[in-house]
Structure formats: structure tokens, C-alpha cells
Design a binder for this molecule. Structure first.
Ligand code: SAH
Ligand code: AVI
Length: 478
């Protein structure tokens, strides 16, 4: 397994975690020791969240993903499954999939299944045990796919293995792990990924979205207490690896929503005044004092696109789940480095948000048992018993009529186009027979999104741009 260089770090509110050297530790001490001493010596005690992930921490993260409260894993996986073909469309033959923070690689499987043209998979993770386990399982299940794991810290310099050289690179950063960075760290990461992946790359990022506090807070306070164990595993790891004597029962798990900074914060709160030894140092905790262990920033589609734009990426597509909302962004390298920075930060017009119908925006489609006819200029131009009735959120019901039951020769295609994040691109026709009133009177979704796939090859009519849309319920035939 390829290993990346060392990357001990210390925290600075503006810059995030940066590499430092402690004068009291020797070169033989690990990055972990250096960071623990720096973090526990700080006025506001803090540790980098990357240290959650030893073998036990990685397993606890997988267990968090199975709790009913922690929706991100479930929702992102479902979104990937639903849109796998769209998300992977355009990945060329022979591409390499480079995953940052791959963990159990469960989400990569969805991408690999949808895009068999991917020729090499490079999972990168700091958790050596989790990486080795996931890589072995993948090699077993995808025997023809070279899997080349790289163990190390993706916030440092990354070198891709030779198997990735000369291939189009598809970066994959799911799980909203980008939310665990400060803004400065996220920019640094995105810029270095831009360098690493190159001009013809794609970067797929999963990011959790801002939503109501109760849902967010519950996700980090599961009733079974798995997240609390995950948080406290940091203390257990310090005990195991750095000769620490933390009593994890002497600390409480705390997860709170910071509305000002759009982030869930995790802390460990000291239950009493206490002295703890670790990494050859002694640290004093006051009762109620917090050790800040993780931030999990939540995004809006705008804040995410703005972040990406500042780092040389533009959002080309985005897929957003029904509530609880989670987003997958497909990023492409910005081409126009000569544009002024304000222009570079503006979202491109081609960006398309894709939303999935759900309780907040329900859509249903049912066959209409009635005979449906459409009259324009005194003529019947559509006549069907196969209409589909589409009901959407607060809109009036719409009859979608199979094109084979419409006299399409009476329609004239126009340049008009609209976009619906739930249904897709919409094209229009006028009906010359109806005169001015019937301009853009007819619409169709030629490649409707999966949730409304049934309306493909159907057209719908604006009731006020035709003479009448009639439904004859009693009639079976003729
Ligand atoms: N991608 C998986 C796992 C997310 S958990 C999913 O979406 O379910 C975050 C993963 O990132 C863990 O596997 C952790 O070990 C890894 N990770 C966290 N910080 C890291 C860092 N600085 N460098 C490399 N891997 C890191
Ligand atoms: C990996 N990361 C995005 C998770 C998160 O939601 O911030 C880690 C996690 N922390 C607590 N629960 C899960």
C-alpha cells in the first residue's frame, strides 16, 4: 500500500490545522503526539478530527451510518443509486476513480457498478486498517479492477500511484467529509485536488445541506450513543497510542448546532476538575471545560458553488435529495483563468439543480381512465384513453398525452425552453391553428428525470392556450 508523507498539524482559527513541531517532543514522536500536545495545550482545547479514524473509529463511523438519526450516509447512498447513470455519464473509458476518505468504499461501489469503463480505483484514507479491509473486499468483488490503495492524509501532498498516470481522473469525495474542514482547509484541499486531478477531470463531492436544527442535532446525538462512543474513541486512542490515562467516563459527549457558522460542533466536556497525562505531558481540565473535537459544516447550494469557484472549480450539475436534503455536486475545472475573480465566483448558467420529489414537494403520476381530448381552432388535435394525470405540489393537475395520440403535424417546435429541477429540461411547441393565443401552448419533457420517467414521449397543453381539454369519464370506447 502506498504511504503519503507525515503531516502533523496544529490549529489556528483563521487557517485551520497547520503543520507545527513541538519543542518538547523528539523527532521519534508521532504526528499524533505532536498534535495532541499542541491541541491540549491550547487555550481552547481542540484536536483534529482526522484522529477519530483508527481501526475502532472507522468501525464506529460505519455504525453511526446505520443509526436511524444519522441520515447523511443513507440519503447520499440512495441519491447516488438513483442518479448513478447521470452522475457517471461522460466518464470516459479507462478513467481512474480517486476517492478521498474512502472508509469502507461502500459508495464507490455504486459508482463502479454504474461506470464499468472505470479502469482503476485509488482509495485514499488515513485509516490504514479500514483501507486495507475495504481494498481487499473490493478486489474480491471486482476481480478485473486494479485497486491501488494509498494510506495517508489528504490534507497534505498526495502523489497518485503509477496506475493512475495518463488516465482521465474522476475525484470522489463523498460523505460530506469536506464539511469537516475549515473554509481555509476546504479551499486548500479543493485547489490541491484541482492540481492533482488535472484539466480534464471531474470531482464529485457529497455535501450535507443546512436544514432545521432538530434534524441536524439528532444526527449527532443518536439515542444508542454510537456518536458519543465515536467521539470518546479519541480519548481511548490517546490512551492506547500515547500512553494516556484519560477516563472517558469523566467526559460527556456534546453535539450542538452553531447557527452563525452553519456547523454542528462536537465537543467532549470535562465532568470535573481533573489532570490527565498523555504524550509525556500533563494537561489540566476544569469542570465544564470543552475539548473541541469536530466541526461538521453544512452548506447551501450557493455557498458550496462559491467555495468551489474560489478554488478553480465550477459546479456543472447538482443532485439534491428530498428532505433531509443532501447534495451531490459534479465539479469541472474552471477553464477561464483570465476572468476576474468576481466573475469566476459567479455560478455558471449551465448549473442544473436536480431535486427528488418528497414530502415537501410531492409528485404523483396516475393513468387517467377517462378519454381526454384537446380542441384548438375547432379541431380535435389530441384524443387518447392513455393520458397520465400528474399532480405536483400546489399546482393544478396536468394531463400528459402520449405523442402518438396527438396530431404532431399541427404543432410547431419553438426555441423556448424551461427547466424544472424535479422533471428536467422542458421543450415547447406552438399550435399555429390557435393563432397568437397558442404560442408555446404545448410542452414536453424529452428526457424526464427518473422520478417522472413515465411522462417521456408525452405532451401537455396549457388549458388557457387551447379551446378546451375535455375528459369524458363515462365513455369506454368511440
Ligand atoms: N467516504 C466514506 C467515509 C466517510 S468518513 C463515506 O462517505 O461513508 C471520513 C473518512 O475520511 C474516514 O474513512 C477517515 O478515515 C477519512 N479521513 C478523515 N480525515 C482524513 C485525512 N485528513 N486524510 C485522509 N483520510 C481522512
Ligand atoms: C465524516 N464526517 C463527514 C462525519 C460528519 O458528519 O461530520 C463524521 C461524523 N461525526 C459525527 N458523526 C459522524
Amino acid at each position: 500500500m502506498q504511504t503519503l508523507g507525515s503531516n502533523a498539524s496544529s490549529f489556528n482559527q483563521a487557517e485551520g490545522w497547520k503543520r507545527t513541531v513541538s519543542s518538547e517532543l523528539t523527532a521519534a514522536d508521532s504526528d499524533f503526539a505532536v498534535d495532541v500536545v499542541a491541541g491540549l495545550s491550547a487555550r481552547e482545547k481542540t484536536l483534529p478530527p482526522k484522529y477519530f479514524y483508527d481501526a475502532a473509529g472507522s468501525e464506529l463511523f460505519e455504525a453511526i451510518g446505520r443509526t436511524p438519526e444519522y441520515y447523511p450516509t443513507r440519503v447520499e447512498t440512495a441519491l447516488l443509486q438513483q442518479f448513478a447513470l447521470e452522475i457517471t455519464a461522460g466518464i470516459p473509458e479507462g478513467a481512474v476513480l480517486v476517492e478521498f476518505g474512502s472508509g469502507a468504499s461502500a459508495k464507490a461501489r455504486v459508482i463502479l457498478d454504474a461506470a464499468p469503463q472505470i479502469a482503476v480505483y485509488v482509495p485514499i484514507d488515513i485509516s490504514e486498517d479500514a483501507l486495507a479491509k475495504a481494498a481487499a473486499a473490493l478486489s474480491r468483488d471486482y476481480p478485473k479492477l486494479p485497486v491501488v490503495p494509498v494510506v495517508g492524509d489528504f490534507t497534505g501532498a498526495i502523489r497518485l500511484p503509477a496506475a493512475a498516470h495518463g488516465r482521465v481522473k474522476v475525484g470522489f469525495f463523498p460523505g460530506s467529509t469536506i464539511g469537516n474542514f475549515t473554509e481555509a482547509e476546504a479551499l486548500r484541499f479543493l485547489r490541491s485536488a484541482r492540481q492533482l486531478l488535472g484539466d480534464n477531470s471531474v470531482l464529485l463531492i457529497g455535501a450535507d445541506l443546512v436544514k432545521e436544527e432538530a434534524t441536524l442535532v439528532a444526527a449527532y446525538n443518536d439515542v444508542e450513543g454510537i456518536t458519543a462512543r465515536f467521539n470518546k474513541n479519541l480519548l481511548a486512542r490517546i490512551n492506547r497510542e500515547l500512553g494516556g490515562d484519560f477516563d472517558s467516563d469523566a467526559f460527556d459527549h456534546l453535539a450542538i448546532w452553531n447557527a452563525e457558522l452553519n456547523r454542528i460542533e462536537m465537543h467532549l466536556v470535562s465532568r470535573a476538575d481533573q489532570i490527565v497525562n498523555a504524550a509525556k505531558h500533563t494537561f489540566a481540565f476544569k469542570a465544564g471545560e470543552r475539548l473541541h473535537t469536530e466541526d461538521s459544516h453544512k452548506f447551501t447550494t450557493e455557498s458550496f458553488a462559491d467555495l468551489a469557484a474560489q478554488a478553480g472549480w465550477s459546479v456543472s450539475r447538482e443532485w439534491i435529495s428530498a428532505a433531509p436534503q443532501f447534495a451531490i455536486f459534479s465539479l469541472a475545472p474552471q477553464r477561464s483563468d483570465s476572468l476576474p475573480s468576481t466573475a469566476r465566483r459567479t455560478r455558471t448558467m449551465e448549473t442544473k439543480s436536480i431535486k427528488v420529489p418528497g414530502p415537501n414537494h410531492p409528485i404523483s403520476i396516475e393513468p387517467n381512465p377517462a378519454r381526454v381530448t384537446v380542441r384548438v381552432g375547432g379541431r380535435i388535435i389530441a384524443d387518447t384513453r392513455k393520458a397520465l394525470t400528474l399532480r405536483e405540489a400546489g399546482y393544478a393537475r396536468v394531463q400528459y398525452i402520449p405523442q402518438k395520440d396527438v396530431d404532431m403535424t399541427l404543432l410547431a417546435r419553438t426555441d423556448h425552453h424551461t427547466y424544472c429541477p424535479y422533471k428536467g429540461d422542458c421543450a415547447y411547441y406552438s399550435i399555429p391553428l390557435g393563432g397568437d393565443r397558442s404560442v408555446n401552448a404545448v410542452w414536453t419533457y424529452e428526457a424526464p428525470y427518473t422520478a417522472v420517467a413515465a411522462i417521456k414521449d408525452h405532451v401537455a397543453f396549457y388549458p388557457d392556450r387551447v379551446d378546451a381539454i375535455e375528459e369524458q369519464k363515462e365513455s369506454k370506447k368511440g
